[in-house]
Every structure is written in structure tokens, then in C-alpha cells.
Design a protein around this ligand. Structure first.
Ligand SMILES: [Zn+2]
Length: 294
């Protein structure tokens, strides 16, 4: 089992430990439970789906990187497929706070990057901040997304974000998590660059059309790719580097041990991710960053 789960694991009820042990004991546990695993864990532990998501929160929060706040938030996003995706807040020393990832953004992006079609609910250990409510308002599940918080009845995003402003106010009909393929091509065949291109091709940038993707290579040679996710309110947009860092961290890899990175975006985009990507990666100790354009 990954060391970061040890403390949270020790506090789980024995019945849940027994149910989760075959899944969590794998060192490459991908911070998610497939629909099949969820069914098995529910049947062994006796928990229903909502209680299981709450019970998993301490494990999700154990994935948090919080050098600034020391405040660990965990989130569990439930996909329409029945799969549960972990998320946690991530902060990076040496970068502006704007580079921070919130737990809800982490769980949502995790589900999106694993090609989940839509979300049914999200379970969080603290009430979602305004930024996250706005971020989730971009999703194709819309204001029907259920939000589960400890000690409160489940409510919808619509109840947490009344009088909302969202993509429909800007006549945007393709929402976050809707399937897209922008069809960009580049000549380079390097696997890391192709992974970043794939991110760009599946990115959500209906406001600027500045599609972009980032791919990171960790010390063991594994590649983690991310896609840009724009938001109708602009500021809650999640850059492609952050999406790639989410996948790196949730896989149990060290975001401070990235060997090589590639950003792929247009040659004359309205917005560029280049400067922010380079600066944040420099703060994480990675200077081998390539900029490839289509
Ligand atoms: Zn938040």
C-alpha cells in the first residue's frame, strides 16, 4: 500500500478494511474504484453507495499536497458509469496561489481524464467554495449534480449556486465532459508530445478556442497527460499542467520529480499556457519543458 494511505487506513472500520484490502494493497492503486469494485466493496462492507463515498473521503484527503494551508480536503466524484474517482487539494510551493488545485476540481478532472461521460454526484469533506461551485457549473451534468456533505442532506449544485452564471449564458452548448476531438495534428511522433497533443484535442476551451494539453514524464518513465478546462467565469479555468499534475499525484508519483514535460497548443493562440506552464514546472524542479505548436 502507498505510504500516504497508512494513517487514514488505520482509522477505517475493520469491515471496510477487509473489503478494500485487495484494492488498496496494490502499490499502483490508481485512486479510483471501478463500478465492479464498488459493488464488491459495498457487499462486503455492508455500506450503501453514499456511505461508501463518505467512508473513502479520508483516503482521498490523504492524497492532498498542502505545503501552504496544511488543510487537507478530499472529494469523491461518482461517474455515471458507477466508478468512484478520488480527488484532493494540491498546492505548490514557490508558485502563486492561482496555481492551486481544489479537491473538487481534482476529482472532476480525474473523472474527465479517464473519459467518464458525466458525473452523478460529488462527496466532499468540507463545503465547496464559490470557486468550485462555479467550476462544477461547467459540467454537462449541470445544476443537477448532487453534492454530499457530512451531516447534511444531499443537495444539488443548483441549490448551492442559485442565480448561477454559466456556459449557457454565453451560448456555449458543448459542456465540460462532453466528448470532443478537435483533430489537431503535429509531425512529431515522440510519445510524450503525442500524449500532450491528445490532451489538446480533448480539451475544453469554447471561450478562447485556445486548446492545449500538457504531458509529463516522471522519473520511472511513465507519462501523465492533462487537458485544459475553461470556465464561463474564466478565473476558475484549470490549466492543462494542473490536469497533468492531478494524474501524476493521484497515481502516487512525486510532482517534484518530473523529468520532462511538453506543452502542445496552437501556433498563434488567443491565450497561451507557455509562460505559466514553464514557471510552475520550474518551481517543481523541472526545466526540460518543450513547447510544440500545431
Ligand atoms: Zn474549492
Amino acid at each position: 500500500m502507498q505510504a500516504r494511505f497508512h494513517d487514514a487506513w488505520a482509522k477505517l472500520p475493520a469491515s471496510l478494511q477487509a473489503a478494500l484490502e485487495p484494492i488498496l494493497s496494490a502499490n499502483d492503486f490508481p485512486a479510483m474504484l471501478t463500478a465492479e469494485q464498488v459493488k464488491t466493496v459495498m457487499s462486503i462492507s455492508g455500506l450503501d453507495d453514499s456511505a461508501l463515498a463518505f467512508a473513502l473521503l479520508p483516503l482521498a484527503a490523504a492524497c492532498a499536497l498542502t505545503p501552504v494551508s496544511h488543510f487537507k480536503v478530499g472529494a469523491i466524484a461518482r461517474g455515471i458509469s458507477g466508478t468512484l474517482y478520488f480527488g484532493a487539494n494540491m498546492e505548490f510551493s514557490g508558485t502563486p496561489l492561482q496555481q492551486t488545485i481544489h479537491a473538487e476540481q481534482c476529482a472532476v478532472t480525474h473523472a474527465w481524464l479517464r473519459n467518464e461521460a458525466s458525473l452523478v454526484s460529488i462527496t466532499v469533506n468540507y463545503t465547496p467554495c464559490g470557486h468550485c461551485r462555479q467550476f462544477m457549473n461547467e459540467l454537462n451534468s449541470g445544476t443537477d449534480l448532487h453534492i454530499h456533505l457530512p451531516g447534511r442532506p444531499a443537495s444539488t449544485l443548483g441549490q448551492y449556486l442559485p442565480d448561477s452564471f454559466g456556459p449557457k449564458d454565453l451560448d456555449i452548448t458543448t459542456l465540460l465532459m462532453d466528448p470532443v476531438d478537435h483533430g489537431y495534428k503535429i509531425a512529431e511522433t515522440d510519445a510524450l508530445t503525442q500524449a500532450a497533443l491528445d490532451g489538446a484535442n480533448h480539451s475544453h476551451a469554447p471561450y478562447s478556442q485556445s486548446h492545449s494539453g500538457v504531458a509529463l514524464e516522471t522519473a520511472d518513465g511513465t507519462i501523465y497527460a492533462g487537458r485544459y478546462a475553461e470556465n464561463a467565469a474564466f478565473n476558475p479555468s484549470l490549466p492543462p499542467l494542473q490536469a497533468a499534475l492531478i494524474m501524476t499525484n493521484l497515481a502516487g508519483k512525486d510532482c517534484g520529480a518530473i523529468r520532462r514535460a511538453v506543452l502542445v497548443e496552437g501556433s498563434q493562440p488567443m491565450l497561451t499556457q507557455w509562460d505559466a506552464t514553464k514557471a510552475t514546472l520550474a518551481a517543481l524542479g523541472c526545466s526540460d519543458v518543450k513547447h510544440v505548436t500545431f
